[in-house]
Design a binder for this molecule. Structure first.
Ligand SMILES: Cc1cc2nc3c(=O)[nH]c(=O)nc-3n(C[C@H](O)[C@H](O)[C@H](O)COP(=O)(O)OP(=O)(O)OC[C@H]3O[C@@H](n4cnc5c(N)ncnc54)[C@H](O)[C@@H]3O)c2cc1C
Length: 381
């Protein structure tokens, strides 16, 4: 397996790193406090093509393969300190995957130009108040009539929920079936009567990311808004989740490398007992572990991306990455606060935000516990 980086991929990494450092990091403490969606920065990201990274050129996208895409995301997440904004972009890209792979030519023609330009923001609604990990016990129903589907129900904790223009909603279309064949994916435009979104939840971290409830009250969409075939929802969702776990793995590693750099710099600069704190093994071993996890995680992510580029499925790799990358990130963020001492606990240093932002990584895209279950099942247990 060739994991070498081409000059074009290196160029992509450099371009995104330079852009993010220059454009995306100002006033971050205030932005985090305000917990508002940074529309202006979204627009700048869109201008650079970040809303179109993996989508095919024929759909108006940049046409990057999976490996280039994870390299780009890793670079963005490394250089952009606003993890909420990065999360919002990834929610957009991941939701677009469902539409690109399974959507009809008409749906793609209608929506992809504005998805790729960032003019329209995407979200994916799957979770409900009573069905999180047990997703397929969802209650949202889409009932077919002559010329469309009527959706009733509510989705929970949806990233980009309050700002999204287009929503990919998973709903039960065949309640007689349990599991496979019971669910379908439907595209819902914000302006459809019967659709509304709640206001953004206040949350611990990722504060510029907007998460909300989505409500469907006799919300009618035409038959043409069905993504894939009726009953194909769980297949679509599984395909999207595999990619989501790989993409967020790349994102976690980008953040981890930023945390690592900050810790190395601080451990060299801060002196106690007449020497750099990095000379104390109890400190340096924490940093060495961050580096080890970064290198291992990167291999896992790049390998899964190459598998995807070859047309393979990678459910085991995706679940493994999800657990390893999110736990590595979260433990690095905890260690980073510890290494920085009291200053790490203070808002000003911008280390505590990394801890708050990383805490959710072990929950979304399937909790680490759920992903452990997936691995066990794939091993036949
Ligand atoms: C920042 C953020 C962004 C999100 N974005 C979206 C989004 O865009 N779209 C969307 O649809 N959802 C989104 N979610 C929701 C997310 O997918 C769910 O939170 C997640 O699936 C877990 O569901 P839950 O919160 O209901 O927890 P629960 O499923 O109720 O789990 C509670 C605890 O029980 C454990 N548990 C549950 N079942 C098992 C089991 N079988 N074995 C072992 N342990 C188990 C879990 O691991 C967890 O520790 C987001 C969540 C967050 C925090």
């Amino acid at each position: 397996m060739d994991l070498s980086i081409t000059p074009q991929q290196e160029q992509l990494r450099e371009t995104i790193t330079r852009f993010a450092r220059k454009e995306l990091n100002s006033d971050l403490i205030e932005r985090d406090r305000a917990a508002a969606f940074p529309h202006e920065l979204w627009r700048k990201c869109a201008e650079l093509g970040l809303c179109a990274l993996p989508f095919a050129e024929e759909h108006g996208g940049s046409g990057y393969d999976h490996l280039s895409t994870v390299i780009a995301i890793e670079a963005l997440s490394y250089a952009c300190h606003d993890s909420g904004l990065v999360h919002a972009l990834l929610a957009h890209l991941v939701s677009g995957r469902a539409l690109e792979i399974f959507g009809s030519p008409e749906l793609k023609q209608r929506h992809f130009p504005s998805i790729c330009s960032g003019e329209k923001i995407l979200a994916q609604g799957a979770t409900e108040a009573d069905s999180g990990s047990d997703l397929f016990s969802m209650r949202t129903r889409a009932v077919r009539d002559d010329d469309g589907y009527v959706i009733d129900g509510a989705k929970m904790f949806v990233s980009n929920g309050p700002v999204a223009d287009l929503i990919l909603a998973l709903a039960v279309t065949n309640p007689k079936r349990k599991g496979f064949g019971a669910h379908s994916m439907l595209l819902v435009e914000r302006e459809r009567p019967g659709f509304s979104s709640g206001s953004a939840f206040e949350k611990m971290g990722l504060r510029t990311l907007q998460n909300s409830e989505l409500i469907f009250e006799a919300c009618r969409v035409p038959l043409g808004n069905l993504v894939g075939k009726e009953g194909q929802g769980s297949i679509i969702f599984t395909e999207v989740m595999d990619w989501e776990r790989i993409v967020f793995g790349a994102c976690h590693l980008g953040t981890l490398s930023r945390i690592l750099e900050a810790c190395v710099a601080f451990a060299k600069e801060r002196k106690q007992f007449g020497q750099q704190i990095g000379k104390f093994q109890a400190v340096s071993s924490k940093i060495a572990r961050m580096k080890m996890n970064l290198e291992l995680g990167r291999l896992m992510v790049y390998k899964a991306a190459v598998m995807k580029d070859r047309g393979a499925r990678a459910p085991l790799e995706a679940a493994t990455i999800k657990i390893f990358a999110s736990e590595s990130l979260r433990s690095a963020a905890i260690d980073a606060v510890q290494i920085h001492g009291a200053s790490g606990y203070m808002t000003e240093t911008q280390i505590e935000r990394e801890l708050r932002d990383s805490a959710a990584s072990t929950i979304y895209s399937g909790t680490v516990e759920l992903n452990t279950e997936i691995i066990s099942k794939l091993l036949g247990l």
